[in-house]
Design a protein around this ligand. Structure first.
Ligand SMILES: [Ca+2]
Length: 443
């Protein structure tokens, strides 16, 4: 999908403890189970539509305005070529030239992009931050302060206001950290960089279309190093598709102090992907003795009352209410918290597919609404596997006949399934948790 939004700091790539369908593995910043990648990823699946290189053109106007860094001697030439491609997609020359005036290749952006997968966190460390007492308290204050507009948004889009507030809290700490990078400069730098240039060039063209539409002047279009913008960190393509002007001034302003348009845009986005008002994202549950861990699979959905017949109950010991069909999710395997997750879980995944992010949003929303902290313990003695260790695990699994269909260091559904199969072969509960203990067992 080309509509994914981007968080400012954090992306986690925490995969499901349960096997899941293809979207996670397809994600360019795929779910990595039991770890969280800070400084977030960018690309959305399918977003990297190839943009075909146009023949070289040399419009003189752009040339003088570009400061080409010595570290990227080709940047100015690339920008001249790109100008022709942008104009071919409907950007006017005047808007283009104003947008790129004074920009330069930004090595700090490339540094962030290259280093982002180095930082990993476990889900419990992530959740400690995502739903910290401070973030919960600030969320309650933010909700109270903007109660009127959030009520209006909830009524108009049918998205629970606590969820919108929680996304705001995770994406920008309620508007405190929206990112101050020049979006045109960041995206041009990333598009020039060879690694994911098609995706970023598409974003850059979308950013120019926003300027063309007049929602914001060029230098006020700020965001994260990867081009995620405003209170809830929309990437430009998502902005073009989903951003709304709720204030009625003719501008979709997601950057300014007033969060109204940004929060409405977020609700519009969730609404578009099928949010069900009043349905939980998930509910913490306790599992019975002898629970069949293989049934903790996103593909395996039942009504909570049916799960209750199997002994899966709320933390109060009572059946979870029948909000809709749900699957059991074990983000840290059998030793961690378990959740029944509903269709709304998949809607939050449209913002970010990482389980840690989705649980972080959902749980923060619950806490802002006055709900209890997660009650179960996490395996806090575990640490996140490094990228090399994840690759090593995949190599060892594949070598023992549990084919992970690739050694990419990403713990997606195929690797989780291989872990389950290995666990079964050695008489362990097949919870699919790709832990250090499993790696040691494989060694
Ligand atoms: Ca507006």
């Amino acid at each position: 999908m080309g509509f994914k939004l981007i968080a400012i700091w954090v992306i986690l790539a925490l995969g499901a403890a349960t096997a899941r369908a293809a979207p996670v593995e397809q994600s360019p910043r795929p779910a990595k189970r039991a770890d969280v990648v800070l400084a977030r990823a960018v690309a959305a699946p399918g977003a990297a539509t190839a943009s075909h290189r146009a023949p070289r053109a040399r419009p003189a106007q752009a040339e003088a305005t570009v400061d080409s860094s010595s570290r990227a001697p080709g940047f100015a030439a690339w920008l001249r070529d790109f100008r022709a491609r942008a104009l071919a997609q409907g950007i006017s020359g005047a808007v283009f030239d104003r947008a790129v005036q004074g920009i330069s290749y930004d090595p700090k952006v490339i540094e962030r992009d290259r280093n982002q997968s180095e930082f990993t966190k476990t889900i419990w460390d992530y959740l400690d931050t995502a739903a910290s007492d401070l973030r919960v308290a600030n969320g309650k204050k933010a909700l109270a302060r903007h109660d009127t507009v959030l009520d209006r948004i909830e009524a108009k889009y049918g998205v629970d206001k606590e969820v919108v507030t929680a996304i705001w809290g995770l994406e920008s700490a309620y508007g405190t950290f929206k990112g101050s990078n020049d979006v045109v400069q960041s995206l041009a730098t990333l598009a020039y960089d060879a690694r994911r240039s098609a995706f970023f060039e598409e974003q850059l063209v979308a950013a120019l279309k926003i300027l063309e539409a007049g929602d914001v002047p060029p230098r006020a279009m700020t965001g994260s190093w990867a081009g995620a913008m405003g209170h809830t960190q929309f990437i430009p393509t998502s902005f073009l598709t989903y951003a709304v002007d709720l204030t009625g001034d003719g501008k979709r302003d997601i950057w300014g102090d007033d969060p109204t348009d940004a929060l409405a845009s977020t609700a519009a986005y969730l609404s578009r992907f099928g949010w069900t008002r009043g349905q939980p994202w998930g509910v913490e549950v306790r599992l019975p003795e002898g629970f069949d861990y293989a049934s903790a699979n996103r593909e395996n959905t039942r009504l909570p009352s049916q799960w209750a017949q199997l002994g899966v109950l709320g933390m109060d010991g009572k059946p979870v209410a029948d909000h809709g069909r749900a699957s059991v999710l074990l983000p840290a395997g059998a030793e961690g918290a378990a959740f029944l997750v509903f269709d709304n879980f998949a809607v939050i995944e449209r913002y970010n597919t990482a389980d840690a992010y989705v649980i972080g949003v959902g749980h923060l929303a619950d806490r802002i609404a006055g709900g209890a902290p997660i009650q179960s313990d996490w395996p806090r003695g575990d640490r996140a596997l490094t990228f090399d260790e994840r690759q090593e695990m995949q190599r060892l699994l594949t070598g023992k006949g549990f084919d992970t269909k690739g050694i990419d260091g990403r713990i997606g559904p195929l690797t989780i399934q291989a872990v389950r199969d290995f666990q079964r072969s050695v008489g362990q509960a097949p919870d699919g948790y790709a832990s250090l203990a499993i790696l040691n067992r494989l060694r």
